[in-house]
Design a protein around this ligand. Sequence first.
Ligand code: HMG
Ligand code: MG
Length: 297
Amino acid sequence: MNDFVRIVEVGPRDGLQNEKQQVATADKIALIDRLSATGLKSIEATSFVSPKWVPQLADAAQVFSGIQRRPGISYPVLVPNEQGYDRARAVGVEEVAVFTAASEQFNRTNTNAGIDESLLRFEPILARAKADGVKVRGYVSTVLGCPYQGEVPLADVVKVAARLHAMGCYEISLGDTIGVGTPAKARAMLLAVAGEVPMADLAVHFHDTYGQALANIASCLEAGVRVVDSAVAGTGGCPYARGASGNVASEDVVYMLHGMGMVTGIDLAALAATGNWLAERLGRQTGSKTARAMTVS
Ligand code: HMG
Ligand code: MG
């Protein structure tokens, strides 16, 4: 069995988009540069969405222009529409992520568009990205529950994931946006999607609202997934998902993966130090359980 797991570090975007405290642009840049030195291969840098909707990331262009991009590391950014794509390309972005959901009301609240309408918005982005040699990742939110409709039928998750993949997204990240999933449900959802989209093209994205994220990840790893989204120091949430708490902490995920004999290429001590550095800037004591344990022992 393939034992390499790629971590997609989403802290600078999914983490910081929902922090109450405004993080200085220079600190965002320093965070990404530090993360680039930990062995991570994918770092979601920021988001070119409307600054009226997510003021925390209004400095996306300055952040992306300020970071030191290292060869071999991908720095995707979120784009909701062509305007976001234009802004991203203007500063040299080479990978973007589009995002929609498996439940209608969540997508309307998050992007002011229904699911079908959001997929229509992505068509020109995917066409231009193909011509520009830009990679496109696709997110499906609310795969294990929606803050408005509650249960989300598996068939709806499979349908949206398969459509994004068919449109040309190279990888589909399955988001438990409000962190309501439990291990057996998470695995069943992943396997259902893997019936339509190759497992190698799937990623899992868990928020830790009920403390289930690591258990869900372990369950999905057993089912075959090898790409995991996480955020250093476990920051974040989603501004348009009532009740969503932080992302699962990257340090905790890497500690678990290494304990399972999996390979990540990540220096856990450097990652934990970066998490603590960020936590300090956010006025917290420590970044993650793993970082705390490593500091004490
Ligand atoms: P809208 O208001 O319907 O957009 O928002 P619009 O096209 O009508 O434009 C309205 C105004 O916004 C205009 O400005 C546009 O220029 C501007 P005005 O004329 O009023 O001055 N505008 C933009 N400005 C900068 N960049 C842009 C842009 N687009 C429009 N790209 C829109 C529609 C999609 C833009 C808005 O709803 C939006 O930005 N939503 C983003 C919400 C968001 O970022 N949510 C969090 C990310 S998703 C997430 O966290 C889930 C995930 O982690 C996975 C999981 O956990 O499930 C990925
Ligand atoms: Mg998220």
